[in-house]
Design a protein. Structure first.
Length: 266
């Protein structure tokens, strides 16, 4: 029987994986949202976690970040069980952005930095640096309520980075973001991973971005992990697939996407 992970700060030996789960499961009453998945996310990787809507991606992230308790299975994130120590070492950009509209961009970042224990001066210094890096240097004194959607995405990413996390969770970070903002965000993330500063766990429906950014991928379908490994390994393992998009459609499409004529149009 799978062992349910319990909250706490228990450490396990430092290993090659930033995330390691065994038979990780989450049920909501009779519905199984995540069904016994075995994730292996190497440290220092850019890991793309893919699946159609409702496949279990956000539920998985909620368990890995300690928001939801697993119904069963084991997990270690940075060698830790969910708890305060883990939360100090990860950054999270959720699908629904958690920003305070009546704060300025600079105030939001300083507030988050202070929550993570930074001195006010250091939080302010990091906030200024992050705003400049996100091309928001001239917007720091503007209320978040007046930010565009792309600006809000950049600010949310800055807030997730201000405390210097080792592992960053990004849940649909590029949805609704224009091409220019997307390019700057992907360049920043790629640079952080390339310099060995960060492991990134990304969910996205934009498969061409995943294919360009990620060196490791996992595909979840109806709560089950149906493929995992390097991007090359996953594509090569699917007969006839020439790209990640091909592999994804063949693994989870099951005949979907076939064109049907509409009776009311000529």
């Amino acid at each position: 029987m799978a062992e349910t992970a319990l909250a706490g700060d228990g450490r396990s030996p430092q290993g090659p994986f930033a995330i390691e789960t065994d038979a990780l499961t989450r049920k909501f009453s009779a519905q199984v949202a995540v069904d016994g998945i075995d994730l292996r996310v190497p440290r220092g990787s850019f890991y793309g976690f893919l699946g159609e809507n409702g496949a279990g991606k956000s539920t998985t992230i909620s368990m890995l970040t300690g928001v939801l308790a697993p119904s069963g299975g084991r997990m270690r994130v940075l060698g830790l069980l969910p708890g305060d120590e883990l939360k100090r070492r990860i950054g999270v950009v959720p699908d629904g952005l958690l920003l305070f509209d009546r704060l300025t961009g600079s105030e939001q970042l300083v507030f988050v930095g202070r929550l993570f224990g930074l001195e006010r001066a250091e939080a302010g210094r990091r906030a200024d640096e992050l705003l400049a890096t996100m091309e928001l240097a001239g917007e720091g004194r503007k209320l978040i309520a007046d930010y565009s959607f792309g600006m809000r995405k950049k600010l949310a990413l800055a807030a997730a980075l201000i405390h210097g996390p080792e592992l960053l969770f990004l849940d649909e970070p590029f949805e609704g973001v224009d091409a220019v903002a997307k390019a700057s965000l992907t360049a920043l993330l790629s640079d952080l991973v390339r310099r060995g500063r960060l492991t990134v766990f990304l969910t996205s429906h934009v498969l061409e971005v995943v294919e360009r950014l990620c060196d490791q991928v996992g595909i979840i379908h109806r709560g089950r992990l149906v493929a995992q490994g390097s991007l090359h390994e996953v594509v090569q393992a699917v007969p006839g697939a020439q790209s990640l998009t091909d592999a994804f459609v063949k693994l989870v499409g099951e005949g979907r996407g076939q064109t049907r004529a509409l009776s009311f149009l000529p």
